[in-house]
Design a protein around this ligand. Structure first.
Ligand SMILES: [Zn+2]
Length: 349
């Protein structure tokens, strides 16, 4: 919003008196646009060059409770951050600090002042535990989610039985540390306190509604997908609909990083997926995206961060190797597959 304000200021300097009223009307319209606009894939929409920084604070789909789905995202050179899921928070910050990947910030600075908001893909415990536990000491953050996810957060956790009600809705007294904000699918929403917007699309996750978020700042975008299964009998078409929506951003070069999941290795019967992906299904899904983008080498230069692997305890290294090897079947797509470790950091152009 700071960027938009500066554009408006510059425009006013060059305006001629006879156009003043028309310009005033246009400025009013511009000031309202962030509330209603769909995400914009045209490169000219960006106000300045940028990039997005991603830090993996938690990468697993189980079983080790200090390393569960959590990705810190902020524009390059601007520490005002959001979390895409927060299964693990405090421990992830300690690990990232140890590895020198928190950009010189302390865990307390990051948790206290840098993280302004959470984007929650779905309310499963392994995606929200870190957020709920940190709410005791780090108040004043927004929680963006589809209405069904916020509903579960309110009813099943923040109910004074499972956990105190740190939110600003539901059972009184409301402590108000977490401001729950319902998102409308497909509508770019400014993330309060940051220079980023987020757009949500629903995903199917074994009978639970999950979410994919597109996070945008300037010319850069990162997609962060929650748990989901393949399209088909149980999954419907939501994966395909997501790629239809995101294909223009890949085509324009804005979307260069996709965080997604492959919980299990292949082979695995469809009846045992429980709303998750394997490398085989992920590769098939990315082929669908490539088709939507609709040009040769459609995904060349795109990084796919493969999260939520359900490692057997103690067998992490071998299982990680196996997943990476199976992802090799998609090497013709031209994407760079990363199976991350906790504390990893990337810059997305
Ligand atoms: Zn889940």
């Amino acid at each position: 919003m700071i960027r938009r304000a500066s554009i408006v200021t510059n425009a006013r300097i060059s305006v001629r008196p006879k156009r003043l009223w028309r310009t005033a009307g246009l400025l009013l319209l511009l000031s309202l646009l962030p509330l209603v606009r769909a995400p914009d894939a045209s490169a000219s929409a960006a106000a300045s060059p940028s990039g997005l920084e991603i830090v993996a604070l938690g990468v697993r789909g189980g079983i080790v409770d200090g390393d569960l789905s959590a990705f810190l995202i902020h524009p390059s050179g601007d520490f005002r951050s959001l979390m895409c899921d927060a299964g693990t928070l405090g421990n992830g910050l300690l690990v990232a600090t140890k590895r020198g990947n928190l950009g010189g910030r302390t865990p307390d600075q990051t948790l206290g002042s840098d993280i302004k908001a959470f984007l929650i893909t779905h309310a499963h415990l392994d995606h929200v535990a870190g957020m709920l536990i940190a709410a005791t000491d780090y108040p004043g953050k927004a929680v963006y989610a589809l209405p069904s996810t916020n509903e579960v957060l309110g009813e099943d956790y923040l109910n004074w039985a499972a956990w105190p009600n740190f939110s600003d809705r539901g059972k009184a007294p409301r402590l108000g540390s977490l401001h729950l904000r319902d998102m409308a699918p497909g509508v770019a929403t400014p993330v309060a306190g940051t220079a980023m917007t987020a757009t949500a699309w629903p995903l199917e996750h074994g009978g639970v509604q999950s979410t994919a978020f597109l996070v945008q700042a300037g010319n850069s975008a990162v997609a962060c997908l929650g748990d989901h299964g393949p399209d088909g009998a149980s999954g419907g078409e939501r994966g395909h609909q997501l790629w239809r929506a995101l294909a223009p951003f890949v085509r324009s070069g804005q979307l260069r990083t996709i965080i997604t999941e492959a919980s299990y290795s292949d082979p695995r019967p469809e009846s045992q997926l429980f709303g998750h992906m394997t490398p085989k299904y992920l590769i098939a899904s990315l082929r669908d995206l490539a088709e939507e983008v609709g040009r040769p080498n459609a995904l060349l230069g795109v990084t796919v961060i493969v999260s939520h692997v359900k490692y057997p305890v103690g067998g992490e290294a071998a299982y990680r190797k196996l997943i990476l090897r199976q992802l090799g079947d998609g090497r013709d797509l031209g994407v760079r597959f990363i199976v991350p470790e906790q504390g990893d950091r990337w810059s997305s152009p």
